[in-house]
Design a protein around this ligand. Structure first.
Ligand code: S3P
Length: 173
């Protein structure tokens, strides 16, 4: 595999992209960027508000524009939104400079992280575990297909997972 300058974290909502990504960036002395937070900062509204006011399509277009911009910068760890892989153009952009790391979690693990979270519009209004299970089932194939590296995040402590990621990235960055 050729030398890549960015590390791109993909995975379902609540799998730990932001927490693990910022820690990984710190250890590697890379900068860290979270695509959704950057969108919220620039648009001056939360993702939930954006879904509510303008709908998912508007968010996806905004996300696509953001991914295109972030993909041009070097030496970053990029935490993406869980649905970024739905658009092949995003994946193509991110792969130009980035090595794609899929953080793989079970529905139960995700549920335990998001049980009390109301900031994910796609998980509102129903049995949360069931929604997570079904959406993950739909997306899992895509996550795996896009990934250069897959990391199981179900059990280890944050620091151990980050060290393991660095070990797996060895030689690629
Ligand atoms: C989404 C995931 C969210 C956010 C939006 C849609 C998704 O990001 O982009 O609510 O489609 O999975 P996180 O994965 O950071 O929660």
């Amino acid at each position: 595999m050729s030398y890549k300058k960015n590390i791109v974290l993909i995975g379902f909502m609540g799998c730990g992209k932001t927490t693990l990504g910022s820690r990984l960036a710190y250890k590697l002395k890379y900068s860290f960027v979270d695509s959704d937070r950057r969108i919220e900062d620039e648009k001056k509204m939360s993702i939930s508000e954006m879904f509510e006011k303008y709908g998912e399509e508007y968010f996806r277009q905004t996300e696509k524009d953001m991914i295109k911009r972030l993909s041009k910068v070097d030496k970053q760890v990029i935490a993406t939104g869980g649905g970024v892989i739905k658009n092949p153009e995003n994946v193509e952009e991110l792969k130009k400079k980035g090595i794609i790391v899929y953080l793989s979690a079970t529905p139960e693990h995700i549920y335990s992280n998001l049980r009390n979270d109301n900031s994910r519009p796609l998980l509102q209004g129903g049995d949360k575990l069931q929604i997570i299970t079904e959406l993950l089932e739909q997306r899992e194939g895509l996550y795996k297909e896009c990934a250069d590296i897959i990391i199981d995040v179900n059990s280890s402590a944050i620091n151990d997972t980050v060290d393991y990621m660095i070990q797996k990235l060895g030689g690629l960055i």
